[in-house]
Design a protein around this ligand. Sequence first.
Ligand SMILES: C[S@@+](CC[C@H](N)C(=O)[O-])C[C@H]1O[C@@H](n2cnc3c(N)ncnc32)[C@H](O)[C@@H]1O
Length: 243
Amino acid sequence: MDKGSTVRDMFQRIAGRYDLANTAMSAGLDVVWRKQAAAALALAPDARVLDVCCGTGALTREIARRVPDGSATGVDFSENMLAVGRKHRNPDNVNYVQGDALALPFPDACFDAAAMGFSLRNIPDISACLREIGRVLRRGGAFVNLEIGKPGNPVIRRFFYAYFYGVLPQVGALVGGDRAAYRYLPQSLINFPDARSLADLFRTSGFAQVRCIPLMGGIANLHIGITASAPALDAPQLAVSSA
Ligand SMILES: C[S@@+](CC[C@H](N)C(=O)[O-])C[C@H]1O[C@@H](n2cnc3c(N)ncnc32)[C@H](O)[C@@H]1O
């Protein structure tokens, strides 16, 4: 089975307990980080925003509240995750669509901004996904990616990895009820690029003005870029600011 099918099957299985497991594993930090991701887009009230790999829609709803005259569209390939999302109290300007992040079911340039939360690690071809997001954004549209990171500070990294690779799979298995799925979760970080390499992938995939904002010493990162017309070969170097 390819990586995409394995990932979809896994989220199909854990959908019912995904929200609870998330809160238990992150002690609620995921909520704060999604707010920071949505704020980083500096959205106009009438913006049309896409949440890629929206899962149960936590980030979609956070975005929707910031665009009362616009819309927030969540797209995900797991129907079970979307079904849980639809059961939440969604603002009227939210809609959910089933689709693959590598072949988004939307025309070119139809969104003003896009976001992605805790999902890029699961995508087999990161550059292809970034180019696909760039395709559906209007020129000058912003994209923010929120993802678990690899902290640069050795002390923070040591504590974080002890938790992420040691404790988290146990908590996830207990609360999420699927041991294999929560063994996969930390494994998905191993081959994921570090903050600087991911910023480079943003640039070579057509984003300009790329910034990385480390959250809690780089335990998570926000990467933000603006769509340019062509790959930004002369884009400025990675700017790292603290949140
Ligand atoms: C860890 S969850 C994150 C969900 C949500 N963004 C959040 O912040 O809680 C990852 C989501 O990505 C979705 N996903 C993974 N690969 C995908 C792909 N190629 N196309 C669409 N959805 C995908 C999964 O179905 C799952 O819902």
